[in-house]
Design a binder for this molecule. Structure first.
Ligand code: 1PR
Length: 544
């Protein structure tokens, strides 16, 4: 009987549903997609992976006549798993975009995290779950880290308490999982939560039907040595990808952004194959994997199908978040066909990216915004953020340090340097660049970060050209400067050379994550050793 291994997926088209599909298939299940309301009525098990904005999702459900069948399905206590927005929609209403009614099955509202006390919103990353009572779905998940990415959440109260299966803490307690009978929903992403998350899916799918499912059960069954209680600092592996001179996509790595060998031929440095390395870093315990298509500014990514193919293949192996950047902008090809940046981003999401990262185009947008003080809604940043939510939009900054004698010498925010410049200068500003560091622009990293947050960025990936590939540590002056500029999470990047550098950047600044490339590619330092060092020093990190 085929239907024994079948699960129905309510996919209404927004964001990355590739990963949940891949995770379900890994468990040995076939997917039937909901096309009409009847498909909900006849489902044996239903998974609802909501992504995007609450109001948009409700609109789609209603206009397709699916809201009532979904409510009936749940009220009949049939097997259901909602994910992220798929949890939020069960509540009475959401305060996202004013007051929008949900399915009204669980008492209470969904509201924004309160960022007034310096809490960084969106809540992005691995947080601990406290499970309230034993249940099949979350058996073994108590005190483990799972991956969240959201700005809105529901909080437990007397009226909804009987639904609450698990909670997490981020500036206060919020609902991480609900359950009543056969109906379950989780605020986090099981398909992005490594083996712990895959094991949750496996449990929902009656234990799974594949060799991989058995392996997942075994791996997830090993008890964790350090109980998770709050948001962990993330360790991210980054793969700079470009075509080499033979036209193959390779992982490369520069010194201060120069990726060519120093010999006569000056070939592009080749450090391995993108999908293989990404899979390796997932197994090694990376909390996220980032792909940067570093020549995206000149090679159009939709013409560059290999990058999409890399993403599709990587998302079959990598069950932690994938970010992809490079070439996200409007584009007209040689035949005169116009592509909007939103189309480019959508293609990346459809191929398995959880977040997209914008570099050059965000610099131009920020410059324009600072000049006119007006949001046009037309920039790639604004459009992608509007459709997919700001939690899906990263802005990657490529700044270069410029020393100055006196902060008054420049119209940009400066920082007092922990090491003076070559002529004894005590201050520096950080000049933003475009086109992979090839061109400096009249805007500082501080100013840019603030502008892009207002335009809809949900996270900052902060590189530093001076430190890139040098192995001398992160530029904590820069990371401190930019972290203070914004209330969204900041990923520190460039310069990691030893485990201590991660500790340094996390203790000297409020960075939420640290990213490294060279040391991992060259196997000089392992992801596990970074995490061990942080844990031993008393910092919360996710141990895979
Ligand atoms: O401008 O939207 O097309 O995006 C281009 C993207 O490609 C940007 O995110 C930009 O940072 C990136 N990029 C462009 N050129 C380079 C280059 O290296 N020549 N790479 C480049 C960015 C920095 C990090 C690197 C860290 C850590 N390189 O990706 O991984 O510095 O390295 P380390 O740990 O070895 O020090 P757009």
């Amino acid at each position: 009987d085929d239907s024994a291994n079948e699960v129905t997926l309510l996919d209404y088209g927004g964001g990355n549903v590739q990963s949940i599909r891949n995770a379900i298939k890994l468990m040995g299940y076939n997917i039937k997609s909901v096309q009409t309301p009847k498909d909900i009525e006849s489902a044996k098990r239903l998974i609802f992976p909501g992504v995007g904005a609450f109001a948009a999702a409700m609109d789609v459900l209603k206009s397709r006549g699916m809201a009532d069948p979904l409510r009936d399905y749940i009220q009949q206590d049939r097997p259901f798993l909602g994910i992220c927005l798929g949890l939020q929609l069960l509540f009475e209403y959401s305060e996202e975009h004013g007051h929008v009614e949900g399915l009204g099955l669980i008492p209470g509202a969904v509201s924004r995290f309160d960022s007034s006390n310096g809490l960084r919103v969106p809540h992005i990353g691995w947080n601990g779950v406290k499970v309230k009572y034993p249940s099949q779905l979350l058996d073994g998940v108590n005190g483990r880290h799972v991956y969240f990415v959201h700005s809105y959440r529901a909080v437990p109260n007397d009226a909804n308490n009987r639904w609450v299966l698990g909670t997490s803490n981020y500036g206060g307690e919020f609902i991480a999982a609900v359950k009543k009978g056969n109906v379950h929903a989780v605020q986090f992403h099981p398909e992005k939560s490594g083996v712990v998350g895959l094991d949750i899916l496996r449990r929902f799918l009656d234990g799974g039907h594949s060799a991989e499912a058995e392996r997942v059960a075994q791996l997830a069954g090993q008890p964790s040595t350090h109980p998770a209680s709050s948001l962990a600092k993330r360790v991210i592996a980054c793969l700079d990808v470009r075509s080499n001179d033979a036209g193959d996509l390779v992982v490369t790595k520069g010194d201060q952004y120069d990726v060519r060998e120093s010999g006569d031929g000056r070939e592009v440095r080749n450090l391995g194959r993108p999908v293989e390395l990404a899979g390796q870093y997932f197994r090694d315990g990376a909390d996220e994997v980032t792909f940067l298509n570093i020549t995206g500014f000149r090679d159009f990514p939709l013409g560059d199908m290999p990058m999409l193919e890399v993403l599709r293949r990587a998302s079959k192996e990598v069950f932690v978040p994938l970010t992809v950047g490079g070439g996200i902008r409007d584009f007209t090809d040689s035949e005169g066909r116009y592509y909007s940046s939103l189309e480019v981003a959508s293609e990346y999401f459809r191929s398995g990216a959880d977040k997209i990262s914008i570099g050059s185009d965000a610099v131009y947008a920020a410059e324009e915004y600072l000049k006119t003080k007006e949001k046009t809604g037309k920039t790639s940043l604004e459009q992608i953020s509007y459709v997919y939510g700001n939690q899906a939009v990263v802005v990657s900054i490529d700044p270069r340090r410029v020393y100055v004698k006196d902060p008054k010498d420049v119209p940009y925010k400066t920082v007092k340097c922990s090491k003076p410049g070559p002529d004894g200068q005590e201050y520096a500003w950080y000049q933003c660049t475009v086109k992979g560091g090839r061109e400096g622009r009249p805007i500082g990293a501080y100013e840019l970060a603030q502008a892009v947050e207002e335009l809809g960025a949900g996270e900052i990936l902060l590189n530093c050209i001076d430190c890139d590939g040098q192995g001398q540590g992160f530029d904590t002056d820069l990371v401190g400067l930019v972290s203070e500029a914004v209330s969204i999470p900041v990923i520190a990047s460039s310069g990691a050379g030893a485990v201590e550098h991660f500790w340094e950047v996390f203790t000297r600044t409020s960075a939420s994550a640290a990213l490294a490339a060279g040391i991992f590619h060259r196997k000089e330092v392992s992801i596990a050793s970074v995490k061990e060092h942080l844990v031993e020093s008393g910092m919360e990190v996710r141990l895979a």
